[in-house]
Design a protein around this ligand. Sequence first.
Ligand code: ATP
Ligand code: MG
Length: 394
Amino acid sequence: MNARCILLKYGELVLKGANKRRFEKALCDDIALAVQPIGSYKTEYRQSTLSLTMDDDSKTEAAFDALTRVFGIAALSIAYPCEKNMDAIQQTVREAIVPQLAGYRSFKADAKRSDKTFPLTSPEIMHKIGDLIGEWCPALAVDVHDPEIVVMTEIRDTCAYVHAGSTPGARGLPARTSGKGLLLLSGGIDSPVAGYLMAKRGMELSALHFESYPYTSERAREKVIALAKKLCRYTRTLKLSVLSLTELQLELKKAVREEYFTLILRRAMVRLACRFAAERKIPALITGESLGQVASQTLDALRATDLAANRAILRPCIGLDKEEIVTYARKIDTFDTSILPYEDCCTVFVPRHPKLCPDPEKIAAEEEKLDLDALLERAYATLEHLSLREDRLE
Ligand code: ATP
Ligand code: MG
């Protein structure tokens, strides 16, 4: 039997006009980053489908798994190429597809004929293959409306392909096609999801984490590193930087009114993040805030945070509720790490009654009590860098 291949259907980038080639190139670059560590491969692009064949067929499943996390792909399937005649197609269905149908109760045969010179039409191919599967697998019922599995025959210009169903791809736009964003990564549930959602829109991420050692522990930092590595499954690599807010938080606790503590801390974080982003020409910050989730995420509090920023602040979770965010967190496999019970710098020294509708003048008055520039300067001097890849910490 011929080596298997992976058929990849492009997502949203098929809608691109003059820029399409740039998006395709970005997608192919990201496919290379995802698949090259598994093994060498060949690709061929024809009729809006990319086919990828591993030099070593036994690596096909691993490559398929990696490709489910490449943005820009709408659907993918492991297909069996064969000669373009009904005998070869039937034989391939019998040998390669029928064994995959065990355990299913219903199926549908489908066909797509891009090569119009093929003697049978799509409905004719469908019926022929459907009838044969019915004979070979008598326990399997035909269900054209809601089948458990679809057996697909595609007649393309160079060969025919058969496969048993396709898997949804990661969708979105290819990596590094939408500019750069600095993810403010805490150890919580929301910020890894925010990073994933913006990477899915084609953004290139860097991440910045604030800690407050010894009030936050070494294990809290390890948790954030673990989360960043989970994100690398989608972004391939990620630079994670860490800044210490210990001195700043202790000063805040001494000097400002308790109900303003969190808000002023958040404004300080944003100022530090904007400086970090400006030095690296990163135009946007990304946070995991969701409107109304906690006191620092009311509209007034978000606005007060925005006023401390000189970059765009992207908040892709803003309209999601916790359950929706958790669904994403489970999908990207960050949830179990996020719920490990280690403290975050935002959860140490939490005020009992935080301001819900902060008045900008009062915030300014509280900030005046501090030598904020000097405190920010000293916090910034604590910057540390870590380079992460999915498979190792460099
Ligand atoms: P998360 O689950 O992401 O921690 P949260 O609901 O706990 O979010 P907050 O603690 O108010 O909310 O934080 C809001 C956002 O601020 C986070 O999503 C994250 O983007 C950023 N943030 C909070 N703490 C940190 C931190 N220690 N380092 C970097 N960014 C942080
Ligand atoms: Mg948090």
